[in-house]
Write a protein that binds this ligand. Sequence first.
Ligand SMILES: [Zn+2]
Length: 69
Amino acid sequence: MGMVMVKCPETGRAIPTGMKTDRESFQRSTVFFGRTHCPICHTDHAWFAREAWVHEPGASAQRRSAGSI
Ligand SMILES: [Zn+2]
């Protein structure tokens, strides 16, 4: 599992959305958008899934079978 990250349009820094998923199911998911409160700007940013990415610390260490749900 990893944290879905987006880039803050004001500062260009990565901010966590608070959503947790794994990279494979995130890529399979249909296009959606979200809204995240930015800890840097202290405002809400709207974002699209194609602008977001999943940050998985140590993702290469553990491999789980995909599509088990
Ligand atoms: Zn921001």
